[in-house]
Design a protein around this ligand. Structure first.
Ligand SMILES: [Cu+2]
Length: 155
């Protein structure tokens, strides 16, 4: 009986170590760049954030949600034009294939920040975390701007 308990404690430890190492691999393979959130007009408590997400790993990365301490609710949305009308719908799984990049931009995929605790003004920086399917979460700073930020990349 005692021997069995010792064994299971050892097995738990091994599992914990495996989880830690896979988490750090994910952090290295996901790169968030050109990250910005739109400044809010006075009185508005809702906005969207955009970024380029690059997966430099060999496995697909699946984003299943987002979180930010400045908002009461945060989620991934996609804007679609349907009969000349723009509609937004939640994206439950956003897959970035190995070696691929996904761009969140106005008129397309975006991070929706709702129930903001206070308005966002230009020059501010906010933290948004992306939640991955494997329970890892990847946080980065988003610059608040009125109409986007200049890209750091030359394409
Ligand atoms: Cu939205």
């Amino acid at each position: 009986m005692l021997k069995q308990l010792v064994m299971s404690a050892f097995q738990l430890q091994v599992i914990a170590v495996v989880c830690l190492s896979s988490a750090s691999v994910v952090a290295e393979t996901l790169t968030v760049s050109d990250a910005w959130a739109r400044a809010t007009p006075p009185g508005k408590r809702m906005t969207a954030a955009y970024a380029t997400l690059q997966n430099s790993g060999r496995q697909p990365l699946v984003i299943i949600g987002a979180a930010s301490s400045i908002a009461g609710a945060t989620s991934i949305h996609e804007t679609r034009i349907d009969r000349d009308r723009a509609t937004m719908s939640p994206v439950k799984r956003l897959t970035i294939e190995a070696g691929e990049r996904v761009t969140l931009q106005p008129g397309g995929l975006h991070i929706m920040l709702m129930h903001l605790k206070e308005g966002l003004s230009e020059g501010q920086n906010i933290d948004i975390c992306l939640e991955l399917e494997n329970n890892d979460s990847y946080c980065s700073a988003f610059a608040v701007a009125r109409n986007g930020i200049a890209s750091h990349h030359q394409h």
